[in-house]
Write a new protein. Structure first.
Length: 232
């Protein structure tokens, strides 16, 4: 019975997309991580130059001397090796006051996450040198802005005593109808090292399947026991 139960559980949970995390140091520099979250989300780099349309490209693992010259760390960035995210203050101005800050004048680089199914949470870890706040713009699946979240940095010390600013934040997306997030800093380059998604709760249909499966197993075991002990 234990083997059958284990098999049923594995089949049920295999049909659900469970979360996990992506650590840049676990991957090869140059790797395309666009689809590393499988059916949960697609990851992109979004960049905007003045008087040009925003460009969406693959999110790539890059390297940079993020703590001091010669100390190379891996991080998530653009497919052409740009270092970190920057300039989402431009995007905020454009969204809040398009008349005064037209979209064509905006300049920024950021990470874009598009969720392909509902998730419970999304998180990240990052660092930069200028104590810039991190911006996260949350949108509906239709592309309408839900809200902007601001993440305040915490002062930390790098591996060799270099003062840097660190960020570790998780967004609660439970029942939020969030379809996508654009993530980046106010103006300076920020290096993102870890991205995480959590969908640990199984769907109600899967729970029902589990209950039905266990019920059938119990009935089968009871019948088998009865047949073995029927009086001759």
């Amino acid at each position: 019975m234990n083997k059958i139960l284990t098999f049923l559980l594995s089949m049920i949970f295999a049909t659900n997309a469970f979360g996990g995390f992506i650590n840049a140091n676990d991957l090869t520099a140059g790797a395309n991580i666009t689809n590393n979250f499988g059916s949960l989300a697609t990851l992109h780099w979004v960049s905007k130059e003045q008087n040009k349309q925003a460009n969406i490209s693959a999110l790539i693992v890059n390297q940079a001397d993020t703590e001091f010259s010669g100390n190379y760390s891996q991080y998530f960035g653009s497919d052409n090796g740009q270092s970190g995210t920057y300039g989402l203050g431009n995007l905020q101005d454009t969204l809040n006051e398009p008349a005064n800050y037209p979209e064509e004048n905006a300049i920024y680089g950021a990470i874009a996450i598009r969720f392909t199914q509902p998730v419970l949470s999304f998180g990240f870890e990052a660092e930069n040198f200028n104590s810039d706040e991190q911006f996260a713009f949350l949108f509906t699946p239709q592309g309408n802005l839900i809200r902007r979240e601001t993440i305040i940095p915490v002062g930390i010390t790098g591996d060799f005593g270099v003062p840097i600013w660190g960020y570790k934040h998780t967004f609660d997306l439970t029942n939020q109808n969030v379809g996508s997030i654009i993530l980046g800093s106010w103006s300076s380059a920020t290096y993102y090292y870890k991205l995480s998604i959590d969908t640990t709760l199984p769907e109600p249909s899967s729970i029902l399947m589990l209950v039905l499966g266990l019920s059938l197993l119990v009935i089968k075991q009871v019948k088998a026991f009865s047949l073995r002990y029927v009086a001759p």
